[in-house]
Design a protein around this ligand. Sequence first.
Ligand code: GDD
Ligand code: MN
Length: 395
Amino acid sequence: MNISSSDLAQIAGAAGDSASRPLELAVVLPTYNERKNVATMVERLDKALKGIAWEAIFVDDNSPDGTSDEARELSLSDPRVRCIQRIGRRGLASAAIEGMCSTAAPVVAVMDADHQHDPELLPQMLKAVTSGEYDLAYASRFAEGASTEAWGRPDRVKASGLANRIANKVTGVELTDPMSGFFMLPTRILRADAHRLSGVGFKILLDILATVERPLRVKEFPLHFAARAEGESKLDQTVVFEFLVGLYDKWLGRIIPTRFALFGTVGAMGVVVQFAALWLMLSVILGERFVYGHWETGRMTFITANTVAAAVSMTFNFVLNNELTYSDKRLRGFGPLMRGWAQFGVTCSLGLLTNVGAAAVLKSMGIHDVLAVITGIVLGAVWNFALSSKFVWGK
Ligand code: GDD
Ligand code: MN
């Protein structure tokens, strides 16, 4: 009997061993503390992708629950499973980008590892993308026919008409769910522009659509957004906030990096908070009179009140930066929050020294006072930002 190589491939395929055929699809699954979801996710991929040569790439940010170990354990018996373990870094978007760039497969998908995204959609998405009719397929929580078990949270509302119109303008594509984390595209399209993606936050799909040279032809699939299987969500800020950050990042992020801009904005709000706290203590509580720009109060009272006000402002900065600037690395729980707050306090104190010291040096060099102060503020902010992003929100 004469058996050709295609027969062999068919036999192998029928036996479930699609590894003998060239890789068709890579599924990138960013993970943070998803150990309990890894094996079940692979089982569901195996079931959904029968007859397709696929690989699954878990991109894990060194999750404390041992997600990477679990993924590696699986890949020992199933080489279709791969694991990228990133040390000292966090972020859904950058994890997705790294995963997508790490495959040889001609088509790549990104999806959540917590079972909220249905892998049964993958074959249809693959068809749409490989037919040549579409450049990108994605699953929408708001398309006609979509449904959800997972709402209950007020932030999960459909992006407003205005947000949609802006997204439409930026990307040149009409989307019902520009923040979706479940999509697929030919790897070459991604790779051609991967160096221009920002990797901030989690609006990676929007980023891709806005970054690639030409408007992509997008096929939308209604998603049944399931409830999370195990563990808890890491992302919960408002869609609108992420959206605005995404726009800023796209247009101005290269001039002033997005995270620094957020950090600076929070800092500027902190200045207002400090004045408000000072006013509350001196004018409202102590009833001191405020005349010609100063409080008629004792020196010590003023210094004490201003110290408290600075601490209030610092705490405000810490909370807002934790919620917004570093939402992707947010500290949670009493212990980490207290530690972070203390570290942030130390960082800010050093930042203040930089701020005041730089201004003093510049002034002594004959630089105009206002310019010296502004330079001090900017240097202090850069210092605070550099230190806190390394030591407070570094891991
Ligand atoms: N590597 C890595 N690093 N993975 C992460 C990180 C991170 O810092 N943060 C979250 N992930 C992983 C999670 O483990 C999960 O597999 C997936 O990214 C989605 O995270 P969730 O924490 O489950 O997000 P969600 O369900 O609240 O958010 C959903 O809606 C967003 C838009 O509103 C998801 O569908 C997102 O993909 C989507 O962008
Ligand atoms: Mn989720």
